[in-house]
Design a protein around this ligand. Structure first.
Ligand code: ATP
Ligand code: MG
Length: 485
């Protein structure tokens, strides 16, 4: 049974609450002032407090402040007839779970209270959700227990003690830069500079001069000599991010530095000698760029001496709970707050998602959830809808798309293009999905359902011949699902 404490000085409200909530599942206790509420609180140990903001004596906000000192985690819902943003913000800042306006809408009131009671239960059950993390995981700042990540750690260790060039590959957000920094930190060059250059972010014509510098007058605008990153980084480590986005001319120069440690500044002819370790990264398939002659084959082999591939997060789902916990702690530390917990149900939903943006996206989702979560615990409802609605059936996606503004039914002709775009965006979250056959199958099932299995009519609706429809029905094995006349 859940214990609900109502603090309100109005007899009417107390009466309504008794009528609505007193039941075998909920034990309702009422207090007529903040002082009285605070007095009975320690003994009663309620699961939820619902409180008016405007009361004689101690105000609701003051009561909330004091209540927080007694129990920091107890969910409190604030009610008021004077709905100002100010009170709402103040109440939320003081850690109120939610905010309700009087007179209340009974279904909404019930819904909010049920959600708060659920949060309260979860909070008490899971004091904290913490898969064990070792201190070394933190020291390295790279979390992962999966076999593939263990291999990555081994390679980092091996590379750290050498001066070899390394190529780090993996989708966006898988931690390539993090790994590059880890190699540097553990290498003998850790006291020397580390410079990261994003080759994709610098216009092609400027990249060469950025990396190698230029002589005065080398090109229009080169008013003075400039020292490039390779020279600045002498004795250190240079991280060339997005190396696939480099012009062939710059690639040639990089190859030469790797082979002989020398280069010339743009517009110069004096060779400059440097000792720089190169770590490169890319989220493109460099082999394909080599095949298409966009990337020099010799440079590719030179970089590829040691390759560290970071698998996408969806291929190492066992790391997801560890990462969640790591981010909760990391974010709490940066905000000088104790870490918050997460409902195992929410963890379950996060484990199922496809994470097209990989670890970076997971971190962003956790950050957002911490902002949205009302209580101490992150619940499934605090997660973005597209993450929670893991790619299930195409039908569920179609129904959610149908209600999106882009494709909402209107008096105008249906916009097939925006519907297809939305569907395509959604389908990209599932790398396994073969979207055209999947959609075709659903369209046929819908047409057959609408025409009650009449193939002639269904074919007409779909804009195909009956013979084609028959072939598709057979191909997709639709017969078993519908009794077709
Ligand atoms: N294994 C991990 N453990 C902890 N944090 C991680 C891990 N992998 C990635 N991150 C975090 O995710 C974010 C993205 O990582 P990073 O910038 O290294 O990715 P990237 O592969 O370089 O992405 P992009 O290709 O988009 O540049 C960073 O905030 C990083 O700290
Ligand atoms: Mg990066």
């Amino acid at each position: 049974m859940d214990k609900l404490l109502l603090i309100d000085d109005e007899a009417d409200v107390q009466y309504s609450f008794r009528r609505i909530f007193d039941s075998p599942q909920i034990q309702l206790t009422a207090a007529s002032s903040g002082e009285e509420g605070l007095k009975i609180l320690p003994k009663l140990k309620p699961d939820l407090v619902v409180m008016d903001v405007r009361m004689g004596g101690l105000s609701g906000l003051e009561t909330l402040r004091r209540l927080r000192q007694i129990d920091a985690k107890l969910p409190v819902i604030i009610m008021t007839a004077y709905g100002t943003t100010h009170t709402a913000i103040e109440a939320m800042k003081l850690g109120a779970y939610d905010y309700l306006l009087k007179p209340f809408d009974v279904p909404k009131l019930k819904q909010v209270i049920a959600a708060a009671l659920h949060a309260s239960r979860v909070m008490r059950q899971v004091v904290s959700y913490q898969p064990m993390l070792e201190s070394e995981d933190y020291a390295l700042g790279i979390i992962g227990r999966s076999e593939s990540m263990q291999n990555v750690f081994k390679l980092i260790g091996q590379l750290a003690s050498s001066d070899a060039t390394a190529l780090i590959t993996g989708e966006s957000g898988t931690g390539k830069e993090l790994v590059a920094r880890a190699i540097y930190h553990h290498s003998r060059r850790s006291e020397q500079p580390f410079l990261a250059i994003n080759c994709a972010a610098i216009p092609e014509n400027l990249l060469e001069s950025e990396l190698f510098g230029h002589e005065k007058g080398a090109f229009t605008g080169a008013v003075a000599q400039r020292v490039g990153k390779f020279e600045q980084c002498h004795d250190g480590t240079i991280f060339l991010d997005e190396i696939g986005d480099m012009s062939l001319q710059t690639q040639t120069k990089i190859l030469r530095v790797l082979q002989s440690g020398t280069f010339e500044r743009v517009g110069g002819n004096q060779p400059v000698q440097v000792d720089v370790r190169v770590i490169a990264a890319t989220n493109k398939a460099l082999e394909q760029a080599v095949a298409a002659r966009e990337f020099r084959e010799d440079l590719f082999y030179r970089l590829n001496v040691v390759r560290i591939h970071l698998p996408p997060l969806r291929e190492r789902r066992e790391d997801i709970p560890l990462l969640i916990n790591y981010f909760l702690q990391k974010i709490a530390q940066s905000q000088i707050q104790p870490p918050r917990c997460i409902d195992p149900e929410a963890v379950g939903a996060l484990e199922k998602f496809h994470w097209p943006g990989n670890v970076r996206e997971l971190e962003n989702v956790i950050r957002r959830a911490l902002v949205v979560a009302k209580g101490e615990v992150i619940l499934r409802d605090d997660l973005p809808p597209d993450v929670v609605a893991a790619p299930g059936s195409l039908r569920s996606a179609a129904s959610s798309l149908a209600s999106s503004p882009a494709v909402a039914p209107s008096s105008e002709a249906p916009d097939v293009s925006s519907l297809a775009q939305a569907l395509f965006r959604w389908a990209r979250t599932d790398s396994q999905l073969r979207i055209i056959p999947a959609v075709e199958r659903e369209l046929i099932i819908n047409a057959l359902a609408e025409t009650k299995g009449n193939q002639v009519q269904a074919a007409k609706l779909l804009g195909i011949t009956r013979a084609t429809l028959r072939k598709r029905i057979e191909k997709f094995g639709i017969k078993q699902e519908l009794s077709i006349k």
